[in-house]
Design a protein around this ligand. Sequence first.
Ligand code: ADE
Length: 256
Amino acid sequence: MRIDILTLFPAMFQCLLVPGIFERAIERGLVRVNTHNIRDYTHDKHHVVDDYAYGGGAGMILKPEPIFEAVESVKSDIYKEEGKSGEIPVILLTPQGRPFSQQIALELSRHTCLVLLCGRYEGVDERVRQHLVTDEISIGDYVLSGGELAAMVVVDAVVRLLPGVLGSEDSAQDDSHTTGLLEYPQYTRPAEYRGWTVPEVLLSGNHAEVARWRREQALRRTLERRPELLDKVELSSGERELVDRLKNLSLGSIIK
Ligand code: ADE
């Protein structure tokens, strides 16, 4: 996958190069990340990228010209170098975007290239939204100083889903949210630490029992912490019964 990031602060993305999953993915040629400074696409002496809002109001707005030129230049490079045809996703990171989720990460991981556009200041000229970007993503209901940290979140969540990036092919499969549920509790050695023991079933070697225990724990944890997720997930009738039983139990304890 090729990812091009358009930003006023390319240096912020240096941290993607520190040792870890990402470095491995780059070394193995599974992903290529290019950063582009939007300011390089200005033509005036002072390299101005923002201006006052028409109609007044506080804050500066990112001008359309350098953004259009930067995106068009990157897209033409992708068409040329990658021999790609068709639409290239151009994603604006903004608190007004659709809420980012594991589902969207999966959807984005199926593309061969992505262009991420980081907004700054009080916003971007609306024509960028209307005529340039194909998607808008928010990483949560809070306002960051710019889209850079949001772009890093998206890049991280997407890259770890690319085949071959994680050590074992299935290590993303049980992730919280991949299954629609929160992940079950995990333990490693020692089997006893400060008197706290690992659940017996995990030491049993009985794979079916382990799988059943994990599924039940994932259901319990999701019910306790994010009950609304259970409305969206497909459960067997046995699992629905279990969830109902657990709900009644916790209702019982509240009434008591
Ligand atoms: N830019 C500023 N805040 C943001 C958010 N919550 N998500 C994505 N981009 C942003």
